[in-house]
Design a protein around this ligand. Sequence first.
Ligand SMILES: O=c1ccn([C@@H]2O[C@H](COP(=O)(O)OP(=O)(O)O[C@H]3O[C@H](CO)[C@@H](O)[C@H](O)[C@H]3O)[C@@H](O)[C@H]2O)c(=O)[nH]1
Ligand SMILES: [Mn+2]
Length: 726
Amino acid sequence: MREADNSPLFETKSAKGRTLFKLYAASMAMAICLICVYRVTHTPGKGKTGRYFWVGLFMSELWFTLYWLITQLVRWNPVTHHTFKDKLSHKYENELPGVDIFVCTADPVIEPPLMVINTVLSMMAYDYPPEKLNVYVSDDGGSELMFYALLEASRFCKYWLPFCKRYKIEPRSPSAYFSHASPINNEWSSIKNKYDEMKKRIDDTTRVGKVSEEIRKEHKGFQEWDVGVNKKDHQAIVQILIDERDPESKDTDGKILPGLVYMAREKRPEWHHNFKAGAMNALIRVSSRISNNQIILNVDCDMYSNNSECIRDAMCFFMDEERSQNIAFVQFPQNFENLTPNDLYSNHLLVINDVELGSLDSYGGCLYIGSGCFHRRDTLCGRSYSQDTKIHLGKNNHKKIIESIDVLENECKILASCSYEHNTEWGKEMGLKYGCPVEDIITGLSIKCRGWRSVHLNPERKGFLGLAPTTLLQTLVQTKRWAEGDFQIFLSKYCPLVYGHAKIPLKLQISYCCYLLWAVNCWATLYYVSVPSYCLLARISLFPKLSSYWFVPFVYVFVGKYAYSLGEFYWCGGTVKGWWNDQRMWLYRRLTSYLFGFADVMLKSMGFTTSGFVITSKVSEEEASQRYKKEIMEFGATSPMFNILSTLALVNLFSFVNGVKRVVMDSDIDSFSELVVQMILSGLIILINLPLYEGMFLRKDNGRMPSSVTYQSTFLAILFCTLATI
Ligand SMILES: O=c1ccn([C@@H]2O[C@H](COP(=O)(O)OP(=O)(O)O[C@H]3O[C@H](CO)[C@@H](O)[C@H](O)[C@H]3O)[C@@H](O)[C@H]2O)c(=O)[nH]1
Ligand SMILES: [Mn+2]
């Protein structure tokens, strides 16, 4: 009996095929060394033409080599976990710890209240004892529309939760469920009607942009908006919509409902609000006063629960007898419901989710990526790991509160006020860290440096589904925020190589750099897509001739790298076309997001700018969304990012055409054999850019490249090419 009791709640497996991978990596490393030998022995001497181009190219290649080594490390030994939820229920069903669920939203226009409450409802409907769940919504938009929608949700959930549990339906976001499900019985139809009516009421109110007087009478909470609330300037608002202590708050089956709280922290123009990190910290404090559950799950407002068993999955790690003690957080990958079959903008982060994060896990823990993550409350609040103290989850920490709702709300408002954090450790040693656009990455890193480890869990049925950006520009801007934040960490005192020294394994320190150095990739990539084509026009050869033996390692590295990456992508469940799109997007991200991210970090360190947080829109206009569904690339806006992409695409087109002309018309075979690699390179860049040329010259729809960008880029490209040929 005893034996069975100690059996683990999860198991961990290494990925297969690692020997083959290691052989591949070794052969690639040898070929890369040969390329270096070639560069060292063949670089033109002082005063010879092209010397500086060669030196630059060699430096780019050295950077790629260094970065490639890091990317091999994050592939070396991925692990996956499997949980035993039956054992968990069997042993601990009555001791399961409570969970506070945080949902952050920030703007009722680009994050529609209806979407947010669908997320909230899916969270309330987890397969978990409802008295142990509390859902907190932070509304940085300070919008009464959001409050109203949540009020509707607090009523609808009385029908929705019993329905979910009775029929064990998945997913438990009503909108996601009804969009795919077919009727089962009368109850189904009646719930569907209720949902549709609620949706209509919310849609109508959202359209008007104002809550009607009639509705305002239904809840005292609306009075908060009587004083003229402005998104950037308003008092703290805390409204407990479902009070778990209230005997009335039961669902139609008579079961207790999870607690539900609306919070809009105080905003004043003179106080910096620290974006999502600020919201999360206010939530940590407010929830500690109301329910103070030991586990915190946080999700973005679009990330609904797609798998009602995820809390139990996470608990298998926190409750395991042997190995739970040092686990700080359990991170689920971010998945998206709105991806197109070939993932046009490569938002899936397929390989990162399936391979890289698993490898980081084996080195001591994957990243905290901001959504779909279960934390221990005290770790998030700054606690260090110590081997001597055993933490017992499940021992009742739950607050026994006697105060009336009004008193409680008023106390919470103080916790959500601007001045509360003044001269405290909040945002530094406590809670999520401030001052970085990727508050999640830096917070996760510092948790690990306090002795904890983390877990990456990717169950068969995806845990959370959200909305990925649906236009090229949104994707690039989002990546820019990430690249900027990551690089800022690298240059700060939190650089894992320094801050993590002797605190986390060296392998983990270096693996972190795979992301923190994203931005730096822009230089080598920019060089590789511009200089070889410049030199093609100027007839400066940068690579070995076709007939030379030195050609072989170049081909090996090129074919090896891309064949491997295609195989890996396919193995992770992607399509060949998806891989091709992925290659394009990596190129675009490197040429724009990373470059702008890099530049902003530099400007910020010199005090010229401060970082912002551009929220990704979760709505798109009808026409654009049709194009997205057809996987037609969306330009449709002017942005310096597009200028860069178009100019480089045109430069390569011009130099390739010029090269072909020389070979065909002038029969200049000699220079052809010297320049063939550059021709191939330009040719490939042209192939990958086909959607861009289409957007500039062929398309007529509103999503095409704005003509001003086309003109400017054509002018710049011609200028560039003229410089090369004179
Ligand atoms: O001032 C703000 C800004 C944003 N948010 C919320 O933060 C979440 C993430 O914002 P989103 O625009 O969707 O950014 P993403 O790039 O999709 O978010 C990823 O990257 C962020 C860090 O850059 C992390 O915080 C997120 O958890 C992670 O999903 C959303 O729920 C927002 O409502 C706030 O609460 N307050
Ligand atoms: Mn998002």
